[in-house]
Design a protein around this ligand. Structure first.
Ligand SMILES: Nc1ncnc2c1ncn2[C@@H]1O[C@H](COP(=O)(O)OP(=O)(O)O)[C@@H](O)[C@H]1O
Ligand SMILES: [Mg+2]
Length: 252
């Protein structure tokens, strides 16, 4: 089982979209996929029309429920929903060992899935720290603006801190330049990403996802782009990224 966190401290860069699309792509490739919404805004939980009667990831982290109480079997993948109570995470999970909570609970499903994808919140908080500890890989979606590119340095810096302490084995798997268009800003952004990738311990892939209104339309229809607009540019771009992820995470 490989755990992949989708992270960038900046909001609106495509974390939730990437989590959903990659979840859908990996399951189309016959992988057993669990997707966890670890963002208090619960966007993905709303989009996939998750069952509000089920326990949430918050209940699991609090150890108030067993994993089975939270698992939802959707058509594209299994899912664990977020709760707005995650906004209390920094207070509720403040003991030093609490950063291991996500990792510990994933041990219960170790044999049930090939991939676990975690959609994270746009903040450098305890939930994101839990992701660094629990993950094997981090995927970083970004836009071409300076703010979301700076988010990459923040994530890499925090991750390296945990790796040096031997608390995390995670590596940055890929940088995804989202909402891509053929502009000079985007060309420049790719160059910046290439420089950043070369400086990293293990060089991540850099791939683009083209901009399209279908990304928002499909969410209104409560469908992934893989379902809503399978041959649209972003859906095809995500399938390429899905294939790359499988190739790069294959056991040696
Ligand atoms: N490739 C794309 N083209 C156009 N809009 C996109 C694309 N990817 C995401 N979006 C839109 O950008 C907004 C933010 O995306 P989202 O995945 O929610 O980001 P985050 O989870 O990082 O906040 C959403 O309205 C989404 O539909
Ligand atoms: Mg989001």
């Amino acid at each position: 089982m490989k755990v992949i966190a989708i992270a960038n401290q900046k909001g609106g860069v495509g974390k939730t979209t990437t989590t959903w699309e990659i979840g859908s792509c990996l399951s189309s490739e016959n992988k057993r996929v669990l997707v966890i919404d670890l963002d208090q805004q619960a966007n993905l939980s709303d989009y996939v029309d998750s069952d509000p009667k089920k326990a949430t990831i918050y209940d699991l982290l609090k150890a108030d429920n067993a994993v089975e109480d939270a698992l939802q079997h959707l058509d594209e993948f299994d899912f664990i929903a977020a709760s707005e109570k995650l906004s209390k995470a920094d207070k509720e999970f403040s003991a030093p060992e609490d950063i291991y909570l996500l990792k510990s609970l994933l041990e219960f499903v170790e044999n049930d899935y090939d991939y676990v994808l975690v959609d994270s919140n746009p903040a450098r908080n305890t939930l994101l720290n839990m992701c660094y500890i629990a993950s094997d890989y981090i995927l970083i979606p970004t836009e071409c603006d300076a703010g979301s590119i700076t988010g990459i340095d923040a994530i890499y810096g925090d991750l390296m801190k945990y790796r040096k302490l031997n608390w995390s084995n995670a590596r940055v798997l890929g940088l995804i330049l989202n909402k891509y268009e053929k502009t000079s800003m985007h060309t420049l952004a790719i160059e910046t990403l290439q420089e950043k990738a070369k400086e990293m311990e293990m060089e991540p892939f850099i791939m683009t996802v083209r901009k399209s209104i279908k990304a928002s339309e499909s969410k209104l229809a409560l469908q992934s782009m893989q379902k809503y607009n399978k041959y649209g540019n972003p859906a095809m771009d995500y399938r390429k990224i899905g294939a790359k992820i499988i190739e790069m995470t294959q056991e040696a």
